[in-house]
Design a protein around this ligand. Sequence first.
Ligand SMILES: Cc1cc2nc3c(=O)[nH]c(=O)nc-3n(C[C@H](O)[C@H](O)[C@H](O)COP(=O)(O)OP(=O)(O)OC[C@H]3O[C@@H](n4cnc5c(N)ncnc54)[C@H](O)[C@@H]3O)c2cc1C
Length: 373
Amino acid sequence: MKPRALVIGAGIVGAACAAELARAGFAVVVLEAAHPSAGATACGMGHVVAMDDSEAQLELTRTSRSLWEELLPELPENIEATRAGTLWVAADDEELAAVHAKHAYYLTRGVNAEIHDQHSLRSLEPHLAPDLIGALRVPDDLVVYPPCAAAWLLALSGAELRVGLAVERAEARRVLLHGGVALEGDLVVVAAGEHSLPLVSPALPLHGIKPRKGHLVITDRAPGFAQHQIVELGYLKSAHSHDGSSVAFNLQPRPNGQVLLGSSRQYDRTSDEVEPAMLRRMLERAFRYMPKLRALPAIRAWTGRRAATHDHLPLIGKVGAEGPWLAAGHEGLGITTSLGTARLLSSLIAGTTPPFDPRPFDPQRLCAEASHG
Ligand SMILES: Cc1cc2nc3c(=O)[nH]c(=O)nc-3n(C[C@H](O)[C@H](O)[C@H](O)COP(=O)(O)OP(=O)(O)OC[C@H]3O[C@@H](n4cnc5c(N)ncnc54)[C@H](O)[C@@H]3O)c2cc1C
């Protein structure tokens, strides 16, 4: 008899954990309140990107990106995996200095990157505004279509998927459903995105994850309009703002020729509705970087919520001394980091050498922060 793992949540993180636990010899049951990818996973952009907000973030994103890279030959066509690469574009001298600093840092960490000046940037992406003065190209970054990637990982795991089951409480070896019904397992993984902490409260403080609303717009088909995922260097400033709202230029060419545009960030929003003022602000930002976008018809806009932690790192590890295990709080990087998260969690469960230092991700840091006010 295989040991039994109960995974709560069928987003990309739950799906990746299910696949990794199955690989480690568990019989996996995935419990999902709605349907697979019902949360942030179906709303995101699917940019698989090395990010260097902190040393820990770079370790997690770099490892995860390599794991996606290893899977590329196996991924079915509907995941639309492309090696688009990322262009981080600089609008002024300060940002160009940041391009050089990022380049030097990436080289020391084994992340391929190349600097482009104003001229070569124009030949890479002719529709960019002519006053942009340079860019860092990270050729190994990828793009995937998240809902199909999650579905594929779930299928790969061979997990028993139970949909329409909202878990009310997660413990070390059992979950409680509505009406006091309990399901037992050898271990429990909470991967319910922004809804994770209520399931383990009060062991961890509820405010450890805050929803952060984001808008996206997709245009009509314009094949060849852009080749790379193009992001303004100021993107991290937007990702860092702890209050208020922010926008940043973030463009993704879809394989069918559509252009997907982001991004916005807002805390304290209770409604999922598209907000015209925020959409306008986001699009004006995009037009500043790529004026020809004005000519493309936008055919759909939507919003999603990122599960944000205060230090921009997900919560991966055991809750308390006994469990359950937690994999949540991936903010705007959960598609990228799902595979690294699952690999780390599986090694912590097995007690084997982790792929990178697990300490910055330990969920217990929320308790230390809470006790320090
Ligand atoms: C606008 C936007 C753009 C983004 N772009 C990118 C990007 O380019 N690259 C990237 O890497 N990331 C991106 N992200 C982030 C990424 O989408 C998320 O980090 C990721 O999808 C989180 O996955 P998850 O499985 O943790 O959570 P979710 O996808 O939210 O899944 C959680 C699942 O748990 C279920 N659930 C909740 N409560 C319960 C319960 N009590 N019982 C049972 N099931 C429950 C939900 O129904 C849901 O299916 C973006 C996000 C947004 C909003």
